[in-house]
Each structure stands twice: as C-alpha cells, then as structure tokens.
Design a protein around this ligand. Structure first.
Ligand SMILES: [Zn+2]
Length: 63
C-alpha cells in the first residue's frame, strides 16, 4: 500500500487526494525516516520566503 493510499490526505495541506491523483512523496525526519504523501508541488518543508528573511534581518539589525 502506498503512502498516498494509507494517508488519504496531503501531509502538507491536509486536503484529500482524489482517486487516481498523482502524488509526490516527501521524506520527513521524525525519529527515523518517514515517507509522507503530498500533492504535487506541495511540501511540508516550504522554502523560507524572502519576506520572512527580510523581516528577520531587520529584527537582528534593530536588536
Ligand atoms: Zn496538498
């Protein structure tokens, strides 16, 4: 049984998978390597957005 069939929902957004929908697998380190199913282009590890980085830099400068 695939991760998608086991999960039924996307590990990233929580939305249900449609029958036959293509899914991507992602590895999660949680006391071992887990494989979770996500929608294509969804990720449980979203890249940090530039705005977040800019905000952090501004906060560091102000401190
Ligand atoms: Zn999703």
């Amino acid at each position: 049984m695939s991760a998608a069939q086991r999960q039924r929902t996307c590990a990233a957004c929580g939305g249900p998978f449609e029958p036959g929908e293509r899914t991507d697998l992602e590895t999660v380190m949680a006391g071992g390597i887990l494989y979770v199913a996500v929608h294509p282009h969804h990720s449980t590890h979203p890249p940090r957005r530039e705005a977040d980085i800019a905000e952090r830099l501004a906060a560091d400068t102000a401190a």
